[in-house]
Design a protein around this ligand. Structure first.
Ligand code: OAD
Ligand code: ZN
Length: 235
């Protein structure tokens, strides 16, 4: 085992408060496509056609088709070893992922900063409800008659202030923050690492490649999160 891995394991073993910021890369080994990179969703689809309030207002059917397709993918996959390693560890999971795989792996303390594809929200009365059916009707409606939208955060929208406050508190109060499987380019989520660091937390990055954060973290492990997270966390 490399010395840096031993040190990071030690740091985590001694930490009183561990937080993790996860991104699409953590679900990649489960078979959920990431957004950026060669096979990323944003290579094939334009966010402005699917994942903005304007796109949904203009063509909700196309937007819903895309979210239904993604719900179908996630319904057909399983959490991976990275999700399970986190679920076995006492920590706060701050995730940008909308797939719900952390919860399915057993993580209890999950903050979904970008919402969830399993959550629906009425565009009229704002009621929110969960719908776990893999084959959802294409244009789901609320009982008030209003059209429902996916309960995710779109481009141009701000995060739920309560959810963001919880994420920021977790980042400020941890002594180690693991940043895994995120390109760390989407704000404000990417800003959680500098926030944690400013409060004195050690930062451990896990990614297949270097990111804009890599130069400023304490430990950077290059490899799949399904392999590295268990190496870091399993006791
Ligand atoms: P990205 O697709 O931008 O980045 C995925 C990151 O995971 C990249 O840095 C990859 O190198 C890395 N990666 C891929 N496979 C990996 C693996 N097996 N192990 C470890 N790392 C791996 O995804 P996010 O950073 O999550 O927002 O994207 C942030 C936000 O942008 C998403 O939440 C979404 C998107 O637009 C919204 O939908 C609001
Ligand atoms: Zn309604």
């Amino acid at each position: 085992m490399p010395d840096s891995l031993k040190e990071a394991r030690q740091l985590l073993a001694e930490a009183r408060n561990i937080a993790i910021l996860s991104g699409a890369g953590v679900s990649a080994e489960s078979g959920v496509p990431t957004f950026r990179g060669a096979a990323g969703l944003w290579r094939k689809f334009r966010p402005e056609d699917l994942a903005t309030p304007e796109a949904f207002a203009h063509d909700p059917k196309t937007s819903w088709e895309w979210y239904s397709w993604r719900r179908g993918i996630v319904a057909g996959v399983q959490p991976n070893r990275g999700h399970f390693a986190l679920a076995k560890t006492e920590c706060t999971v701050i995730t940008q992922n909308v797939d719900g795989l952390h919860q399915r792996a057993g993580s209890k303390n999950v903050i979904e900063v970008h919402g969830s594809i399993w959550l629906l929200r009425c565009t009229q009365c704002r009621r929110e409800w969960e719908d776990l059916s893999p084959a959802i009707e294409l244009m789901p409606h609320c009982k008030c008659g209003g059209l429902a939208r996916p309960g995710v955060v779109w481009f141009g929208e701000s995060l739920d202030p309560n959810v963001w406050a919880a994420a920021e508190t977790a980042a400020r109060s941890c002594d180690v923050l693991i940043v895994a499987g995120t390109s760390a380019v989407v704000y404000p989520a990417a800003g959680l690492a500098p926030i944690a660091k400013a409060e004195g937390a050690k930062i451990i990055e896990v990614n297949l490649e270097t990111t804009s954060l890599s130069a400023s973290v304490d430990y950077s492990f290059t490899g799949p999160s399904g392999v590295i997270l268990p190496q870091l966390l399993d006791r």
